[in-house]
Structures are given as C-alpha cells and as structure tokens.
Design a protein around this ligand. Structure first.
Ligand SMILES: Nc1ncnc2c1ncn2[C@@H]1O[C@H](COP(=O)(O)OP(=O)(O)OP(=O)(O)O)[C@@H](O)[C@H]1O
Ligand SMILES: [Mg+2]
Length: 302
C-alpha cells in the first residue's frame, strides 16, 4: 500500500447489493490481470490498486469527520484500518461503497474501484455495491428470514430466481464462510437461532454470495468471543487469497496477525480524522516513519 500526495483533494447492508447483470464495467482483478505486468520505462509497474482514495473527506453537516485521505489498497490480501475511536475509520469504509448516500454524509474527493469512478455522475450505487460487500460490527442477519433466504437475499435482489442457481450459490458461499457443515440441515431455520459467531459468518456468506471483489469489514469480531474471533480470522486469511479485504479493527494484535498492509488514522489537533501513515503491516509495526504511528501501535496514545 502507498499513500501519495500528488492527487488533489476531492455500503448498504450486504443484502441491498448485487448483481452480475450490472457488471458492464470490468472488475479490478480482471483489469489488473489484463494489464499486468505493465511495463513502463523498462520496469514492471505496480499493479493497479483494488481501491484508491484520492483526497477523500467525509462531512456530516458542518462537522468534518475525516479529511484528505489518499490511500491505495492493493488487490487481494488484507488491509487493516486502525486508529482511535472517532478518527473516521468507519466513515472512510462507508465512503468506498457509497453508504453515505443513504445517511446524508457528504463525500468529496475521488474513490476508484479498479477503474470505476465510484462517485462519477454516471455510476449507479448498485453497481458499486455489487462489487463491494460489507460486514458490520454486529452480526445483522435479517431477523424475519431463514438461513437460506439470508444468504441468497442479495442474489434475489438482483433478480436471480433459478432455484438451482440460488441453492448452488448458497452452498458455495456457506462453504467459503466455513458454515456449511453447521447449517446444511438447518437452512430453513430462522437465522437468529444461530450463535453470534455463526451469525457473523452467515453475514459474511451473504456478502460473498454475490461474489464481490472487495469485502469491507468493520470490526467484524468486536462482538465475538476469542474462539469465534479465531474462526473469523482464519476465514479472512483464506478469503484474502482471492478477494481484497479492508478490515477495521481496534485490536493491534489482530491487525498484526491478519493484515498485509495497515493504514493508521488519528485525530488531528482540530479533532478531524486524518491518515497519518500507511504501509506494509511489518513496516508499520516494526519501523514506522511517523512517531505518532509508533506511539499508537505500541499503545502509548489513543
Ligand atoms: N451519521 C453520522 N452523523 C453525524 N456524525 C457522524 C455520523 N457518523 C459518524 N459521525 C461522526 O464522524 C466522526 C467519525 O466517526 P466514525 O464512526 O467514522 O469513527 P470511527 O473511527 O469508526 O470510530 P470507532 O472506532 O468508535 O468506530 C465522529 O465524530 C462521529 O461522531
Ligand atoms: Mg467505527
């Protein structure tokens, strides 16, 4: 991951997403595959990031929550967003899949999903959300739906009606979320009968069913015990081989365990959130450039 200064300033639940019918614009991993290796001046160029933020700010009315974030999230692997409460991590995450459209937050700057300009006037939010799944802090299965209907809700939203396709997709997503063996005989039971950790894996399955290229996870383990947390972390590691994960976490050990790259956010003197430093997780934890990063990751501030 890189932060760059050269650019000028400028979600929905997983169930409101999808679908492949909307995929006229190439996915970033396809773009990356198609264009890599790019050769420029004799050297292989860095592959296009899966998500790029250029001077992104988020404001709620007169209150600026986060300002001027420029950050490249590399394709696949896990990028952790860390920082103290209120510094804008969730606001940044929600800017990626246009969740602020629904809640009145104002996003300025530029967000690119592969080559797709997320906030361009011709870009439908549904297209963005078909490519970016989101998992929230607290498991939020639809309480009136059974397990199966939860998993396929996104697919149904985009018009898929084939029973066999829905069944196949549900099984594949539940297997990816390491939940199939637990629920294969309980698919018609209410989702809320699952344990909290199982519900969170169900929400991950729901997000995966629409085959997103990017999965945003906002403190997905904060409501879970250590065993359930371990399962989610294993899952994140497996998914990261073929999907780009952006993970907000307050747990520095978790960031160190599961992420490849880390972005550190802090509150500035005016109480506005800003990105202080980003890099490989190894660099951020062992050799940060900014003293504020060192202080934060070693637990001396925040
Ligand atoms: N919908 C909203 N309306 C008004 N202000 C908001 C809204 N959402 C967030 N904020 C404000 O924006 C700032 C950043 O909030 P945000 O939730 O992004 O922080 P965070 O880093 O995710 O914090 P935490 O670690 O506690 O989850 C806070 O001051 C918060 O009060
Ligand atoms: Mg948050």
């Amino acid at each position: 991951m890189t932060t760059t200064d050269e650019m000028p300033a400028s979600g929905v639940t997983t169930a409101t997403l999808p679908c492949r019918a909307l995929e006229e614009v190439p996915r970033s991993r396809d773009v990356r595959r198609a264009s890599a290796p790019l050769v420029s001046g004799g050297a292989a160029a860095t592959p296009a990031p899966a998500v790029a933020l250029h001077g992104v700010s988020v404001a709620f009315g007169a209150h600026v929550a986060v300002r001027g974030v420029t950050l490249s999230v590399p394709g696949q692997g896990v990028t952790a967003l860390v920082g103290p409460s209120g510094c804008g991590k969730t606001s940044v995450l929600r800017a990626v899949n246009r969740l602020h459209d629904e809640t009145g937050g104002r996003v300025t700057g530029r967000v690119l999903l592969g080559e797709l300009d997320v906030y361009a006037s011709g870009t439908p939010a549904e297209l963005v959300r078909s490519r970016v799944g989101m998992v929230f802090q607290r498991p939020n299965p639809f309480p009136a739906m059974n397990i199966f209907d939860n998993v396929v809700s996104g697919l149904r939203f985009c018009g898929i009606r084939s029973k066999s396709l829905l069944a196949d997709s549900a099984e594949a997503a539940l297997r990816q979320a390491a939940l199939w063996d637990v629920v294969r005989d309980r698919l018609r039971e209410p989702a809320v009968r699952l344990s909290g950790g199982q519900q969170q894996r169900l929400c991950i399955a729901r997000a995966l069913a629409v085959e997103p290229e990017v999965l945003l996870m906002d403190e997905p383990c904060s409501a879970l015990d250590p065993i359930a947390t371990g399962k989610i972390e294993e899952l994140i590691a497996r998914l990261a081989s073929h999907i780009t994960i952006v993970l907000v976490t307050h747990n520095m050990f978790q960031a160190a365990r599961v992420s490849d790259h880390t972005a550190v956010f802090l509150l500035g003197e005016d109480r506005v959130g800003e990105l202080v430093e980003a890099g490989t997780t190894a660099e951020i934890f062992s050799n940060p450039k900014d003293p504020r990063t060192r202080a934060y990751v070693t637990g001396h501030v925040g």
